[in-house]
Design a protein around this ligand. Structure first.
Ligand SMILES: Cc1ncc(COP(=O)(O)O)c(C=O)c1O
Length: 476
């Protein structure tokens, strides 16, 4: 009997603290009331209060600091349910989302818009001063060469630096195997054009980056979206079945910190996916644009590691880590090199040489890895703070992803919330976000939204997240 009573009392203290967090009386980093104070207030012994605090510490909500007491952990502090594994309809779908996606992209360039919509980092986190001074040097050194056409495959020095950077991340690639592109977007367009024809079918995660939807729509390709876990990516049972049932022309995945849900594929999934596709000669397009953004310091590898046949097409860019406006990305096309290079020549002939050279000199300076470490530590803290405020302000029952890297969050709200309807209302108040419905070819995820956490937390962000929560609550 007394155990039950003791149980009740320490839980009562836990509830008091959790409610203080939920209501915003306590925020991440705040000192919680001392053991003496809470025990007096709640009429419990110090050891009961201690038990409550230790319990909250064990689930990551509080942090004990030696000689100082207990603090609200800098991470998420409100207990939460995980985001559910997606269940898209098991049928190929024609994509029709372009108009809405374009409206969202236009909002990026509005300086008055609160930038919670597109997945972009704050320019304060980018080394723009260093890049500008490198570019100035390049322009003053050799002005004639700078106005000529560059190599179709990309600037040689840049490709060498790129190969060096990729190999430092566990790949095995030579500069001759790389083709430089205008961002990852052009690489993706080239790969899809080389591998598919209108009416073909491509397997994708669900939800998937909305740029893929736009691309499939313009290329008239059907999407076969598969159930996807926010933790480990596409469910392999569904993947196997899909390969057996459909004539799939390509697979498009983000194995590292996928946008929007943050999934990281386990090693055995990667290995099996590559093996199955190699057996059926189905190319896999691996978008690794978020691969560098890892909170643990451990960078996950690439699908190429398991690929002995050159069947994986690896794509990435420096748009998120260095300079989105430079429009520099690349593709390592494996055995599809000739077809994909032909697309580059047909499409844009070559990429901008000055931008590539600027990035090449930056990579050669050896500063990139320190820059990434700094960026990742900012992203980690930002993602935690945004998560905390979303859970505090969004409707009861909201679930938010727990990414191990990247800088976006996927919030799943109660079914009644309609983020497509809410989008123009938020835009009217100069707040952008990405409604869940644009991350799928189907009529789904209207109760979801993606939030960009690439900007440091400040009063404007706090007002905007609070306001989005209020707008969402109007649907309940
Ligand atoms: C997953 C993913 N792939 C590709 C891109 C496009 O990248 P880029 O700007 O290099 O074309 C983005 C940009 O948001 C993205 O999030």
């Amino acid at each position: 009997m007394s155990r039950v009573k003791g149980d009740f009392r320490y839980r009562q203290v836990m509830d008091v603290i959790v409610n203080m967090m939920k209501s915003g009386v306590l925020n991440p980093g705040d000192k919680v009331p001392s053991l003496r104070k809470i025990s007096e207030e709640q009429g419990v012994s110090i050891s009961t209060a201690m038990q409550a605090y230790m319990e909250l510490e064990s689930v990551g909500m509080l942090e004990a600091r030696p000689q100082s007491g207990f603090y609200v952990a800098s991470g998420t502090s409100v207990p939460r349910e995980p985001v559910t594994t997606s269940r898209p309809l098991d049928q190929p779908t024609q994509v029709k989302k372009s108009d809405l996606i374009q409206t969202i992209l236009y909002a990026i360039t509005d300086p008055d818009m609160v930038p919670l919509g597109c997945a972009i980092p704050s320019t304060d986190l980018l080394p723009h001063k260093e890049l500008t001074s490198i570019m100035r040097r390049i322009l003053s050194d050799d002005t004639e060469a700078r106005v000529e056409y560059g190599d179709v495959k990309g600037n040689k020095f840049f490709r060498q630096q790129l190969a060096h950077y990729m190999n430092a991340n566990g790949n095995s690639v030579s500069s001759e195997q790389l083709i430089v592109t205008n961002g990852a977007s052009e690489a993706m367009t080239m790969a899809l054009r080389a591998l598919t024809r209108p009416g073909d079918l491509v397997i994708m995660e669900s939800p998937s980056y909305f740029g893929f939807m736009h691309l499939l729509e313009t290329a008239k390709i059907y999407a076969l979206e598969l159930p996807t876990s926010p933790i480990g990516g596409i469910l392999m049972n569904d993947f196997r079945n899909a390969l057996d049932r459909y004539d799939v022309k390509a697979v498009l995945v983000q194995p590292n910190h996928g946008n929007p849900m943050g999934q990281v594929y386990p090693d055995d999934t990667r290995e099996e996916m590559v093996k199955l596709c190699n057996k059926k000669d189905i190319p896999i397009i691996e978008d690794d644009i978020n691969g560098d953004f890892t909170f643990s310091g451990r960078r996950y590898g690439n699908l190429k590691k398991y690929d002995k046949n050159g069947n994986v097409i690896h794509i990435s860019s420096f748009s998120k880590s260095l300079a989105p406006g430079f429009r520099v990305g690349w593709v390592e096309p494996g055995k599809y090199h000739e077809e994909i290079l032909r697309q580059k020549i047909a499409g844009t002939m070559a990429s901008n040489d000055i931008m590539q050279l600027t990035l090449a000199h930056y990579l050669a300076s050896g500063k990139f890895s320190r820059h990434l470490r700094r960026m990742n530590s900012n992203f980690k803290a930002q993602v935690e703070t945004y998560t905390y405020h979303i859970l505090k302000n969004f409707p009861e029952g909201t679930r938010v992803t727990r990414p191990k890297g990247g800088f976006v969050l996927w919030a799943e709200m109660p079914e009644q919330v309609d983020t497509l309807d809410m989008y123009p209302r938020a835009l009217n108040e100069k707040i952008s976000f990405s409604p869940g419905g644009i991350f799928t070819s189907q009529q789904k995820y209207n109760n979801c939204m993606r939030i960009n956490c690439g900007f440091p937390w400040d009063a404007r962000m706090e007002r905007s997240i609070t306001r989005l929560g209020e707008l969402a609550k109007d649907y309940l």
